[in-house]
Ligand binder design. Structure first.
Ligand SMILES: [Zn+2]
Length: 445
């Protein structure tokens, strides 16, 4: 008996050690042009060396690297006809759902439970990765599926971007992130702070701690009304100042950042004064908001993609009821101008789309909208790499192609610093040193 146990333990030990100690060759990328650190000038022909998913060397020119004696062959990947840059980061996604027209939305709400979120999230995560987004900050989901999705992707079980998950957005009763707005009360549970619905500072503290206990990497709150909540409650402030302060204090105490959805000026400014780390949307930001952004160092996450999407659908009666239509018409035309004013004034911007409102996989359309709002392509790319990684709190491992950084690397067929629209056609995607997509250069065909 003792002998058998001993053998079993040895076998387990062998299985775990071989899984980790299996020697791997290096992965060597040959790049036509390399934007190693967005914000700086791109390099010409370059070689990037990757070991166990981490970048270990960058050389000028095309260099072939021989395997060390006794080691497996190295893998050389030819990207000499491509422009290579760090994997993109979207700071505002909703991977576990995608907005359908109103009737379908209500039907899904009444017939589908959280398991559907898990399935949809798996599908959307793959689309996101294939679009060149190797990291996302998922700021709002229904149930706990997002944590499982995050963890299984991190374990390499399914393909998808790195996920920082907020879990359920925290909202006041009847507020933007109350999922029971407009639903027959007989079919709606009474939601509490455990479910992310809170009223008063104490409940907001509890709701924040609940999210952290569940596994949230950050906290998402909705300080103002929102376009797509099924209620005619406008776009102004919905959380009292002391409620926002309670969340920020609790989250920061436990090492979590706070992302705050806000449209109305009052709710934007209250959140900035309370010390949130980012304002999502920021539609009605004014000069006083800009001053607060600069004073606190908070990021603006613009989500023009969603603003344009709801604006376009507002004229189609199948999409929204009158309450939502009115809000969509108010936000759509001005959200891009808010970004333009903030950027011009020097507010820090991190790339974010709100996909899940628009279609998953179309995230890079935001680059086009940012350039329309006055960004240079270089600044827009920096917002989706260096800045976004900084907002996510992972700027020391992600967002650049540099020694010691994760090998999250993408490539496109033409120079995105000339025309950023090419980022909608990413032809090479690597995450953590593993290649997920490698399409030939269209010009070379
Ligand atoms: Zn959102």
């Amino acid at each position: 008996m003792i002998q058998r146990l001993f053998t079993l333990v040895l076998a387990l030990f062998a299985a775990t050690t071989t899984a980790h100690a299996e020697p791997q060759g290096l992965v060597v990328l040959h790049c036509g042009q390399l934007l190693a650190e967005p914000g700086q000038e791109p390099m010409g022909e370059s070689t990037v060396v990757i070991e166990n998913g981490v970048i270990t060397n960058i050389f000028n020119g095309i260099v072939f690297v021989d395997a060390a004696p006794g080691m497996p062959q190295n893998t050389h990947i030819d990207l000499t006809d491509k422009f290579v840059l760090p994997g993109l980061i979207d700071c505002h996604t909703h991977l576990t759902f995608e907005l359908p027209p109103m009737q379908m939305r209500l039907r899904k709400q009444l017939t589908e439970d959280a398991t559907y979120e898990a399935v949809d999230g798996t599908h959307n995560a793959l689309k996101t990765l294939m679009a060149g987004f190797t990291t996302v900050r998922n700021v709002g989901s229904g149930g706990a599926a997002i944590y499982a999705l995050r963890n299984r992707i991190a374990e390499g079980v399914i393909p998808g971007p790195r996920i920082l998950a907020a879990g359920k957005s925290i909202s006041v009763t009847g507020g933007h992130a109350d999922p029971t707005n407009g639903i027959n009360p007989a079919l709606s549970p009474a939601l509490t702070s455990t479910d992310g619905i809170a009223n008063g500072p104490d409940e907001f503290r509890h709701a924040t701690r609940e999210r952290i206990r569940q596994g949230s990497d950050l906290i998402k709150i909705t300080s103002t009304g929102g376009v797509l909540s099924n209620t005619a409650a406008g776009l102004g402030q919905q959380m009292f100042d002391d409620e926002i302060e309670a969340v920020v204090e609790t989250a920061h105490m436990m090492g979590r950042k706070v992302a705050c959805h806000a449209h109305g000026t009052d709710g934007i400014n209250a959140a900035l004064r309370a010390g949130v780390d980012s304002i999502e949307h920021g539609t009605f930001l004014d000069e006083s908001s800009i001053a607060l952004f600069k004073e606190t160092g908070a990021y603006l996450v613009p989500t023009i993609h969603a603003g344009k999407f709801v604006s376009e659908k507002a004229s189609d009666p199948a999409w929204f009821n009158p309450a939502i239509k009115e809000k969509a018409e108010a936000v759509g035309p001005i959200i891009q101008d808010a970004l333009a004013r903030a950027h011009k004034a020097g507010v820090k911007v991190a790339f974010g789309t709100d996909v899940g409102v628009g279609a998953h996989g179309t995230n890079a359309l935001e680059f086009v909208y940012m350039v329309e709002a006055g960004f240079t392509p270089a600044d827009a790319i920096k917002a989706a790499t260096v800045n976004a990684a900084d907002l996510c709190g992972i700027g020391d491992t992600v967002g650049k192609i540099a020694k010691g950084y994760q090998a999250d690397i993408i490539a496109v067929d033409t120079n995105p610093l000339d025309d950023v629209a090419i980022l909608q056609n990413v032809s090479f995607v690597m995450k953590g040193g593993k290649t997920f997509k490698h399409a030939p250069n269209k010009d070379a065909e």
